[in-house]
Design a protein around this ligand. Structure first.
Ligand SMILES: Cc1cc2nc3c(=O)[nH]c(=O)nc-3n(C[C@H](O)[C@H](O)[C@H](O)COP(=O)(O)OP(=O)(O)OC[C@H]3O[C@@H](n4cnc5c(N)ncnc54)[C@H](O)[C@@H]3O)c2cc1C
Length: 338
C-alpha cells in the first residue's frame, strides 16, 4: 500500500483540473485492503474509489481518501460451449484490455474500443458506445466490500445495469471492484449500424474479411475524428446523459421542433439526444474563460487550459438551466462530481 499526503491530482483526471486529495492510497493487491481498513488515519474520512479519472469532475480539494486499485492481470478462464470467458483485473487499462481480446481473435468488445479509463470503472456506469453496453458481455463482477473488507461477487443481474447506471453507481464508496469476468461469444456478430462506422470500414486499406480487429480500427477512427483527445484538450467525454422523457412529452416537443431526433426508450418512454438540445440553446463552441463546449460536439465540456472544476461545473449548470427553460427537459450530468 502506498500513501501520498496532499496528493496533486492534475495528472489523475482527464479534465486536468488542479486539485489535491488529503490522501491518495494505492493498493497493489486485494490483500492490502486489510492494512488500509486497519489504518486509523483513514477511519473517519470520506472515501472515493479512483480509476483513471476520465469520468470525474473535481470541483475543489478532496478532504478525504482517494483509493486507487493497481490490480493487474488478464486471463482466459475457459473457452467452450460457444463462449470464451475472460477475466481482467480492475487496474488494467480498459482499452488495453479490449485490444488484447481483439488480438486473441475474441469478439464482443470491439465496439467499446478507445473508451478511456480502467477495467474496474467500466461496470460502474455500464459503459456503452456504438450500440453495445458493458452489460451485454459481463458474466460477473468481483468486488471488495469496503464496509466489511470481504470479497463479494455480483452476477450481471445483481449489478442491476441500466443506461449509464448500476448498483455501484448508486452506492459510491461501498464497493471497490477488483476484477470483471466477461463472457464473449465465439461467433462474431458485427454491429455496424452507427453513423460513420460503415464509411470508416470502407476507407480501410485491407478489404479482407470483416474481423473484430477491423471493426475496432473503424470505431477508433470514428471516435478520434469526433472526440477531443484528453491528452491534448481536457475533457471527460459526454458531460450529460441523453434524457429519457415520457412519450407524451416527446410528442409535444416534436410538434414544436420538427427536426428534433427522438428514439424509443421502452414502454411509454422516449430518448432525446442531449447534444441536440444543447446545440439548439447555442452552446456548441461556447467558451467562458477556459471552460467551454467543444466546437464539434455539444455534449463535451472542455478545459482549454486553466479552468477550475468549479468553473466547469458553473458552465454545466448554465447549460442545464438553458435547456430546462427552453425545452422543459432536465439534463443529468454523467461524470462524478467531487
Ligand atoms: C474522451 C472520452 C470519451 C469517453 N467515451 C465514453 C463512452 O463512449 N462511453 C462511456 O460509457 N463512457 C465514456 N467516457 C467516460 C469514461 O471513460 C468511462 O466512464 C470510464 O469507464 C471511466 O473510467 P475511469 O477508470 O477513468 O473511472 P473514474 O473516472 O476514475 O471513476 C468513475 C467512477 O467509477 C468509480 N470507480 C472507478 N474505479 C472503481 C473501482 N475499481 N471500483 C469501484 N468504483 C470505481 C469512481 O468512484 C467513479 O464513481 C469517456 C471519457 C472520455 C474522457
Amino acid at each position: 500500500m502506498q500513501v501520498v499526503e496532499q496528493a496533486p491530482l492534475q495528472g489523475l483526471n482527464t479534465f486536468h483540473v488542479s486539485a489535491r486529495a488529503r490522501y491518495l492510497v494505492t493498493l497493489e493487491s486485494p490483500a492490502e485492503l486489510a492494512d488500509f481498513l486497519a489504518d486509523p488515519r483513514f477511519a473517519a474520512l470520506p472515501l472515493f474509489v479512483l480509476g483513471g479519472g476520465s469520468n470525474l469532475l473535481l470541483t475543489g480539494d478532496f478532504p478525504g481518501v482517494l483509493l486507487q486499485p493497481h490490480f493487474l492481470g488478464r486471463t482466459v478462464l475457459s473457452s467452450d460451449t460457444g463462449r470464451v470467458r475472460v477475466r481482467a483485473c480492475a487496474g488494467e487499462s480498459w482499452d488495453g484490455f479490449v485490444g488484447w481480446t481483439v488480438e486473441q481473435g475474441f469478439a464482443g468488445l470491439e465496439n467499446l474500443s478507445c473508451i478511456p479509463g480502467h477495467v474496474g470503472a467500466a461496470p460502474v456506469q455500464n459503459i456503452g458506445a456504438y450500440g453495445v453496453e458493458l452489460k451485454d458481455v459481463v458474466e460477473c463482477v468481483e468486488a471488495l466490500d469496503l464496509a466489511t473488507g470481504r470479497a463479494v461477487k455480483f452476477t450481471a443481474d445483481e449489478c442491476r445495469f441500466s443506461y449509464r447506471d448500476s448498483i455501484f453507481k448508486r452506492q459510491p464508496g461501498r464497493y471497490l471492484i477488483s476484477a470483471v469476468v466477461f463472457s464473449l461469444p465465439h461467433a462474431f456478430t458485427p454491429r455496424l449500424d452507427y453513423p460513420g462506422v460503415p464509411e470508416a470500414l470502407a476507407a480501410q486499406q485491407d478489404s479482407g474479411p470483416l474481423t473484430p480487429a477491423r471493426v475496432r480500427r473503424a470505431i477508433c477512427a470514428v471516435r478520434h475524428s469526433k472526440l477531443p483527445d484528453p491528452a491534448v484538450l481536457g475533457n471527460a467525454g459526454s458531460f450529460f446523459k441523453n434524457p429519457v422523457v415520457s412519450q407524451s412529452q416527446a410528442d409535444s416537443l416534436k410538434a414544436e421542433n420538427a427536426a428534433m431526433p427522438v428514439y424509443p426508450a421502452g414502454s411509454g418512454l422516449a430518448k432525446i439526444p442531449a447534444a441536440w438540445l444543447i446545440e439548439q440553446c447555442g452552446f456548441k463552441g461556447y467558451r467562458d474563460g477556459d471552460a467551454g463546449v467543444h466546437e464539434k460536439h455539444a455534449l463535451v465540456l472542455v478545459n482549454y487550459g486553466r479552468a477550475s472544476g468549479a468553473e466547469l461545473w458553473a458552465l454545466a449548470e448554465k447549460i442545464r438551466a438553458a435547456v430546462k427553460a427552453r425545452f422543459g427537459v432536465e439534463l443529468e450530468p454523467e461524470p462524478n462530481k467531487l
